[in-house]
Structure formats: structure tokens, C-alpha cells
Design a protein around this ligand. Structure first.
Ligand code: ADP
Length: 630
């Protein structure tokens, strides 16, 4: 029988009152965090006792004996959480449970009271012990400190309304028991399945066993059921973790049945201590395109799950990464502050990004097949990198893969390093073409001279490509050149003078045609000129370097943005049979029909579609009828 010695009544310090008021009168999106907070306190208390034993050269208890026990008394509507940790003396109880010592918490508190909308944050971050009052209307804490005299213990009781009572009692064991009398509408937290669910979600990796008092199906005999996994795999020594364990953990955190493609596990020590275990998945998921979904990286503070917030730790173009970051060097109490303070996370983000890129670089170099799998799955997302992460642009560029005329395949497996290593002796530029799809890219008339001269061209046909290329300026000192833009570097490179001479002659003969086309098209094109870039195709459209490219204009219009009309150069191939034939036409009306047709052909090739295909077909048919009757 516990004999009560003496009862004293205290009032809470004003900031505690403020906090309790918020707790009791606000709506919480995440009220279940109260259990996480109490379990974390229990775990901290056990940690402290272990440390006490170690530093006092007394290994009286081994880790198995330390436990956090949770039970329910449905009749009394009570939830009981007890630990055999360090406990508290009376002085500590008053200090810890009657005031808010941590100045960061005070700051946090004043910031939330100023901004009502932030109240939800409490639910997200938790505010320690006081969160008990979210779900209960009466809380008692019965605790005996390791430093207590004899069996003396302290009972703290409060309804959270301004006062608390402290009495001195006797307790057999060292440790703390917190009893919550649940509010009528919160009795769902007395259901064992609910408790187990919350424990697995937030406290699965607490280092000590968390046991829930359960009952046998058959005889309803009680037994203690361990709920948490106990050992956080990421805290183990790397050499002690098997590959299977790593893979199993991936499946657990990613809710996937697949194995990961690769992973990075690092324990970082120093002023900022943290561990991360992050994975590159094998398969992409549609969710990665849902900007509102926050997922991927779980944040733990000393094994306690805090929240899932990927963007704090990796940039968007690496949003496929999943894993955990466990921050050691902040206490759970101030974690909310740290997590709101971007600066302290920036460094972790910086390191994580570097490590992921380095890992990908290694895979790219040493495991080409694996890298290809990665690229096929995530290349499209990774292509957001050049725009998003200018700091790492050089590494990102090395990781990009393209389809190219070298392989004649739509598979994107050519790196810029591959391309540069195959460049012609005096080649100064990296050539590329953008289009809607692989087939139209590889059959583009712009490629004709490159094919003839055997100069490799990168074929880009993903929607994002044109936009991405805006952020790539040079690689290994070579500029990028879109080949549908006017540029003389190919002519300079190939320097085929003999051919140029013969073209000159042809051009001379075709001068009349050029003048006629110019006259006829007038303002509809920027310029009409001869080209020696084509071998078969009669005409092609190009843009000047200051003009927006066709693909870029398409991107803009697809997102509903107005674009200025592109002024094209209409380039004519003097070697083309059609051009030579129509240069002989004297009937201007008939010639104009040919010019119209050729212009539309060029538009069709350039844009992949026409504004009025019916009219185009009509023009062809009219011309065919006219030709057949000639
Ligand atoms: P904190 O975030 O610091 O845990 P809390 O309000 O949850 O904030 O708790 C305040 C303090 O009360 C703790 O720092 C700890 O010293 C003490 N405390 C809370 N629960 C326990 C417990 N189960 N055993 C021992 N001390 C505890």
C-alpha cells in the first residue's frame, strides 16, 4: 500500500498555460503524436539511466531489461505508459513538468500564437509531454529517480487547467509511469490495434523494446507483446548489415515488393551528426509527377520518426530517392525549430545531393547496364537537374544520356563524354536536334549534311529537352548547337570547297527562282536563301540564333503561354531535282502553287503538324490534276 506523505499545489508558469491552452482548444491534424512524445521521453529516460550506469562503472542492467510498457484500462479509460528509466526527483518534476525550460520552445510558442495558422504545426512536430492534454483531461506522472532516497517517489497530477499537484509517495522501482485519463471522444486511443499502429509508425526504431499488454485470443490471458523493431538498421555498423537486410528495409520504407537499384549508407560525425540510408529505386512511379505529394525521405531525430519531407533533403530532380535521415545532434524538443530552419538542413541536403550524384556517376562508369536501367526509369525527371541545380551542373551533365545518330536507336545511352570522344578533329560544337519523337528527329532533313559528313548529332525528343538545353551551355569547352538554327560551323568544319564551287554554279542558274520565291513569300518568312546542308530534301526551315526554336514555342503554347510568332528562314537546296525543275517554270501562277506546297512541306517537317492539313492535301491534289493534264 502506497502511503502518501504530503501534497502541494503549484500553478504552471505562464508559458505552459499558454501552451496548454493551445493544446486543449485547438484542432490538431495529428493528435496521435502524443504517444510518440511520451515514448520518446521514456526512451530518453532509459538512455540517461544507461549512461548513468556506464559512467558510474556499474553495468547493473543490460539492454534487454530496459523496457517501455504500455497498457490500457478500458473501464477507467486510462492509458498507462511506464518506463524503467532514470526517473525524476521532486525538484526535477517541478522544473520539467511545470515550466518550459527550453528557450527555443518559448520562441516557437510565441511564433505560433502570433500566427494562428501555424497551430497545426504543433500537431506535426509535437511539443513533448504537454501533448498528453490533446487526448486526455487528467494526467498523472508517478516517478522515482535513480537519485531518490530509499523508495521515495513523486506523484505529479494535473487536469491541464492552470494548476498541478505534487505529492511524495513510495515506488518500488526506479522509473516513471504516466497515466492518461482519456477524453470521452478520444477513447479510440484505448484500442490496442490503434496503439500498435501508432507505435509502428513513429516509434518503430526506438532502441528499447516497446511492449503492449495484449490478451490471448483463446483464454484472454494477458501477455506483453513487443511492437517495435528495436534496432534501427541504419545505426548498425555497415559491416554488420547484410545485403538482404538493406533490401528488406527498402521494401519496408518504400512499401514496395521490388528490390532497390542501389543504396547509400553514411554516418556523418562532427558538429552536425546524422545518419542517412537512402535508396535509388528500380521502378519509377506515377506519384513522382504529383507535385503535391511529399514523400520519399523520412526524417528521424534520434530514431524517432518526425515527418516525411523530401524536399528538405534532396532537390526535385532527385525526388525518386527514398530513405531516411536520422539527425543525432538535435534533441527531439528542438527538432521542430531546426526543421523549420532551412539553414541547418541545407548542409545535409548539400551532402546528400553530392553523394547521390557521386553514386550515380560510379554506377554510370562501372555498371553501365544498371545505369541504363536507372536512366530509362528516371532520366525524364533527372533532366530537370540542369535548370534546378546550377551548383552541380558539371556532374549532372556527365550523368545525362541521349539518343544519337551514332547508334541509330531511340535508347538514350550516349553520354556527353562519349560524344566528345568521338568528335571530329576540328569540331567545336556539340550538335543536337529536338523534335516531338525519335522518328521525326532521326529523319529530320536538318541531319542530311551531318549524315553525309558522318558527324554525330544528339537526337532529343522528350518534351523537356528543349527547355533543358537552355541550361546547358558548354561541356568540356564545346558549345551546344541546335542544328535547326542558322550556323556556319558545319560548313567550316567540312570545308568542302569543290562542292561549294559546283553549288555556286547551280545557285547562279537558280538566282531567278530565289528572287521569285522572295517576291512571292514577302513577309511570310524572314529570309529566303540557298543552303548546302541538304542532300535530298528540297527545302527546310531554320531559325536565327536569337529566335525561339520550334520545340520551345510548342512547350510554351502547351502550358498556355503566348509566344511571339517565329520568323523562319526558308532555305532552298540547289541540288534538289524538284528545285531545279521548278526553276524552269515560267507561268507565275503555277510556280506560286509549287512555292506554297514546298513551304507547307517545310512547315510539316519542322513542326510535325500543320494548322490546316485538309488545305495542304487539297493543294497537292490540285497540283497533281494540273500536272496530269499538262
Ligand atoms: P522534451 O522534449 O525535453 O522531452 P517534454 O515536455 O516532453 O520535453 O519533457 C520535459 C522533460 O521532462 C524532459 O526533458 C525530461 O527531463 C522530463 N521527462 C519527461 N518524461 C520523462 C520520463 N518518462 N522519465 C524521466 N524524465 C522525463
Amino acid at each position: 500500500m502506497i502511503k502518501e506523505k504530503k501534497k502541494e499545489i503549484f500553478t504552471f508558469k505562464s508559458e505552459v498555460k499558454q501552451l496548454l491552452h493551445l493544446m486543449i482548444h485547438s484542432l490538431y491534424s495529428n493528435e496521435e503524436v502524443f504517444l510518440r512524445e511520451l515514448i520518446s521521453n521514456a526512451s530518453d529516460a532509459i538512455d540517461k539511466l544507461r549512461f548513468y550506469y556506464i559512467s558510474n562503472c556499474n553495468s547493473r542492467k543490460n539492454i534487454e531489461e530496459f523496457k517501455i510498457k504500455i497498457s490500457v484500462d478500458k473501464n477507467k479509460k486510462e492509458l498507462i505508459i511506464s518506463d524503467n528509466g532514470i526517473g525524476m526527483t521532486k525538484k526535477e518534476v517541478i522544473e520539467n513538468l511545470g515550466t518550459i525550460a527550453e528557450s527555443g520552445t518559448k520562441k516557437f510558442l510565441s511564433s505560433i500564437s502570433q500566427n494562428k495558422r501555424n497551430e497545426k504545426l504543433i500537431g506535426q512536430f509535437g511539443v513533448g509531454f504537454y501533448s498528453s492534454f490533446i487526448v486526455s483531461n487528467f494526467v498523472s506522472v508517478h516517478t522515482r529517480s535513480i537519485n531518490s532516497l530509499q523508495n521515495e517517489s513523486v506523484l505529479w497530477e494535473s487536469d491541464g487547467c492552470g494548476e498541478y499537484k505534487v505529492s511524495t509517495l513510495y515506488k518500488e522501482d526506479i522509473g516513471t509511469t504516466v497515466t492518461l485519463s482519456m477524453k470521452e471522444e478520444k477513447t479510440k486511443f484505448l484500442e490496442l490495434w490503434k496503439l500498435k499502429e501508432i507505435i509502428s509508425k513513429y516509434s518503430n526504431y526506438i532502441s528499447f523494446p516497446i511492449e503492449v499488454k495484449s490478451f490471448n485470443e483463446k483464454d484472454k490471458e494477458p501477455y506483453w507483446e513487443k511492437i517495435n523493431k528495436s534496432k534501427a538498421i541504419w545505426r548498425k555498423n555497415k559491416n554488420d548489415i547484410t545485403e538482404t537486410e538493406y533490401k528488406e528495409f527498402y521494401k519496408y520504407i518504400s512499401n514496395s515488393t521490388l528490390e532497390p537499384l542501389s543504396w547509400i549508407h553514411n554516418i556523418v560525425e562532427g558538429s552536425q551528426e546524422y545518419t542517412f540510408l537512402i535508396y535509388i529505386p528500380k521502378k519509377s512511379s506515377i506519384e513522382l509527377w504529383n507535385k503535391n505529394k511529399i514523400c520519399g525521405i523520412k526524417i528521424y531525430v534520434r530514431r524517432v520518426f518526425i515527418m516525411e519531407k523530401r524536399e528538405k533533403f534532396v532537390p526535385n530532380y532527385l525526388r525518386f530517392i527514398v530513405g531516411i535521415v536520422d539527425i543525432e545532434s538535435v534533441s527531439l524538443n528542438i527538432s521542430r525549430e531546426v526543421l523549420q530552419n532551412d539553414n541547418s538542413l541545407k548542409n545535409i541536403r548539400f551532402i546528400l545531393t553530392k553523394k547521390i550524384l557521386k553514386k550515380l556517376e560510379n554506377i554510370g562508369k562501372n555498371e553501365k547496364k544498371t545505369y541504363q536501367k536507372f536512366w530509362n526509369e528516371f532520366g525524364l525527371i533527372f533532366k530537370e537537374g540542369p535548370a534546378e541545380d546550377r551548383k552541380n551542373i558539371n556532374t549532372i551533365m556527365k550523368l545525362l544520356r541521349f539518343s544519337s545518330t551514332y547508334r541509330s536507336s531511340s535508347i538514350q545511352d550516349v553520354s556527353l563524354e562519349d560524344y566528345v570522344s568521338r568528335m571530329k578533329k576540328n569540331q567545336k560544337k556539340i550538335y543536337y536536334i529536338t523534335s516531338d519523337n525519335y522518328v521525326s528527329a532521326k529523319n529530320s532533313p536538318h541531319l542530311e549534311i551531318f549524315k553525309k559528313e558522318k558527324i554525330e548529332v544528339l537526337l532529343l525528343f522528350d518534351k523537356i529537352d528543349d527547355w533543358m538545353m537552355n541550361y546547358l551551355t558548354e561541356f568540356h569547352g564545346k558549345n551546344f548547337q541546335l542544328i535547326s538554327k542558322s550556323d556556319f560551323s558545319v560548313e567550316e568544319l567540312t570545308g568542302n570547297y569543290k562542292e561549294k564551287e559546283s553549288i555556286k554554279l547551280q545557285e547562279e542558274q537558280l538566282k531567278y527562282l530565289l528572287i521569285e520565291i522572295k517576291k512571292y513569300l514577302g513577309e511570310r518568312v524572314k529570309n529566303v536563301k540557298f543552303t548546302n546542308r541538304l542532300t535530298k530534301t528540297p527545302v527546310v526551315l531554320t531559325t536565327d540564333s536569337n529566335e525561339m526554336s520550334t520545340q520551345m514555342a510548342k512547350i510554351f503554347s502547351s502550358i498556355g503561354k503566348n509566344t511571339p510568332e517565329i520568323k523562319y528562314n526558308f532555305e532552298i537546296n540547289p541540288k534538289s531535282k524538284i528545285i531545279q525543275k521548278i526553276s524552269l517554270i515560267k507561268d507565275k501562277a503555277f510556280l506560286s502553287k509549287w512555292i506554297e506546297l514546298l513551304l507547307e512541306e517545310a512547315f510539316l517537317v519542322e513542326k510535325g503538324s500543320l494548322e490546316d492539313p485538309g488545305k495542304f492535301v487539297q493543294k497537292i491534289n490540285d497540283l497533281l490534276i494540273e500536272l496530269s493534264s499538262k
